[in-house]
Ligand binder design. Sequence first.
Ligand code: SF4
Ligand code: SF4
Length: 591
Amino acid sequence: MKELLTGNEAVARGAYEAGVTVASAYPGTPSTEILENVAKYKEIYSEWAPNEKVALEVSIGASIAGARSLAAMKHVGVNVAADPLFTVAYTGVNGGLVLVTADDPGMHSSQNEQDNRNYAKFAKIPMLEPSDSQEAKEFTKIAYKISEEFDVPILLRLTTRICHSKGIVELEDREQVEIKEYVKNIPKYVATPANGRKLHVKLEEKLKKLEEFSNNTSLNKVEWYDKKIGIITSSVSYQYAKEVFGDNASYLKLGFTYPLPKEKIKKFANEVEKLYVIEELDPYLETEIKAMGIEVIGKELIPRVGELNPDIIAKTLLGENKEVIEKNEEKVVGRPPTMCAGCPHRGLFYELSKKKNVVVTGDIGCYTLGSAPPLEAMDTCICMGASISAGHGFSKAAQVNGRETKVFSVIGDSTFFHSGITGLIDIVYNKGNAATIILDNRITGMTGHQHNPGTGYTLMGEVTNEIDIVKICEAIGVKHIEVINPLNLKETKAAIDKAMEVDEPMVIITKWPCVLKKSPNEEIEEYGLADRKICEVDQDKCKKCKMCLKVGCPAISFDSEKGAIIDDTMCVGCDVCLQVCPFDAIVKVGE
Ligand code: SF4
Ligand code: SF4
């Protein structure tokens, strides 16, 4: 049977067919749908871990127990998981272990575009790179075989185009894989220095054998056409190269990209007149090939920043300019990302934006949009969890240097569980006075509504223990904790004002469900979501002062003749603009 699958769905299918029984991940674009689809297979225990390090460690534990296991994450998530990753390369596996890294060239939804192929070499972990959905499934299955045969974890590297593009995939039955016996083996699994030294030697031996495998495997294949041009490529760049050069070049398509098949590369290079390396981001292949003394053309022409596409390759390598349709600036309206109409974060950022002499350290989530105009209520955003710790550092620097700046750190509920808790411990332990605002919208919002330890449900849909953020903060030792409704501007302002005065750690929890969330009945009742009425502008009262535009709601527009206008198809009746209008011109429809 064949199905049209995205790369992410295909990896999930591959894990199912490979007999995987344990999978753990933290959501992050473009990797999120991998675990969402794995969870559809009831044969696999699937979970959202609080962060990527935990996800990988869960998978390592399952592997040592003897089961085939999977961990999935976005590229920056591998940074979080790097600690166990480098050591599991040494210990090796029992049941097959695959770590999927979903890289994001072009930064469609990421803070950087790091090339995680470098992790394979750095951590000494074999890497596979599929170039379409069929390969995403096949390579996942093959990865488990290689993992078990060579006693190594495998890095399966995808990119956004592979993750989210659809292709036809041939489905096969699930392999019935018995859990392997677990035998206590201290020299292998206890990474003390004495054991680690021996394990490193073993790993280097394994890598030699893996290079031999790389030279012989059909994962690295040559396609002979015209030998005037040879192209070495991998991943989605292979598809682009084929589209541009067709039969006018020969290809060495690499699917197994660490360790590289050096012999195969040398032979291929000897047969062609001119050699290109076509790859996205870093010159990962190019550097290695050049180090072998082979002349290639690559990054001196092909950009190392952003995504590639066939047009870029045609332009840079062949000097061809493809015809493009110029956009009509008058007709095509810019649509910068913005918080949704009715977003519960809007009221908080509106109030923060009015404060003078405050610094707001931000974090990774929808609420990073608090930095966008007109609110612009954010000063920094570095990585998951950094809002609290960087805020503490900023605050301490101000304190010791005699500068009076109040710092507010804003962080989402899921991000707080991910890596914010340790930052808050740091503040309490080291007597900081930065205020932490936890934006609890009852779900992991930005990645598309995944459950987290605070929502009360698991990835597999079971009701579970709900981790109480207030109790965590109390247990850490925070004395000042306020739980507020962020859509109530008076309440929000009062909490911020209190934090301005308090010279101790303080936590404000803004608690309101994400406006796009499909809330369960008890939540609809608790927050009165069913009774909300939308707003409209009483045109007779509107003084065209534009104050309501300052909340940045996409449902509000302005007409120089009529004044403010609320789009009734977008408004959800959150009442934030209603509280801002100084002339009571915004009213509830029907009131
Ligand atoms: S804040 Fe009120 S008066 Fe001012 S433009 Fe908006 S609706 Fe009109
Ligand atoms: S009430 Fe105002 S701020 Fe809220 S969704 Fe409607 S228009 Fe936007």
